[in-house]
Design a protein around this ligand. Sequence first.
Ligand SMILES: [Zn+2]
Ligand SMILES: [Zn+2]
Length: 262
Amino acid sequence: MNYNYHTHTYRCHHADGTEREYIEKAIEGGIKYMGFSDHIPFRFPNGFESEHRIYTCDVKDYFDILKALREEYKDKIEISIGFESEFYPKYYKEMIQNATEAGAEYLILGQHYLGNELPDRITSSSMHEKYEELKEYADTVIMAMESGYFTYVAHPDILNFAGDDKLYDSEMRRICAKSRELDIPLEINFIGIRTNRRYPYEKFWKIAGEEKSPVTFGFDAHDADAACDKKSVSKAMELVEKHKLNYIGKPKLRLLKNPSDS
Ligand SMILES: [Zn+2]
Ligand SMILES: [Zn+2]
């Protein structure tokens, strides 16, 4: 594995280390293609900015520093700069427009909240029993894929559904089928492996295997050590083999376009 497009920085307030440390660790581990995808900055209309994202006042610094480092290390590694973003039906155009204007080159989808996040801030990873919530998650991820802005879907299996397995199967199958139809990869997320989270969630990957969805890997680095997490590769490969996943390796970047240009 010589690529990783899922890297955070300290600007999201839950990651540590300098960008330089991440880059040097990645190079040391043999990574040739590295993407920074910190949590997208966004100020909601009521003025709220999440502490889990880059604050809008820090976004210029994010690009300035990464562009300078990209230039400095260009002979050793190819660096892309983007964001991990939710898809909020109400706000995505504004979010993506701001992102492109700030300089974002690509986006990965990380649907951490249901709906438009506000007012309830219901996380996808908390336990859900209602079918409506499961369906809302699937509908939103599918809308995001159809929008054409996202390179891949990070941790598509983040939704924690405690209800009927048959309902889980049919809703997740819609996501997996759409991923195959549009050729948008689903990510096996390594922070889940490293920290024993509920994802990678076997039941999801079984469906992804049956639907032949394209599958890629992402380190989801929140510290320099994880900027090259080769330790988790074998666990991820076990999933690939067990469920006969269509592992494509390095994803093809979908270069981001400003929504107001189309
Ligand atoms: Zn995420
Ligand atoms: Zn992430």
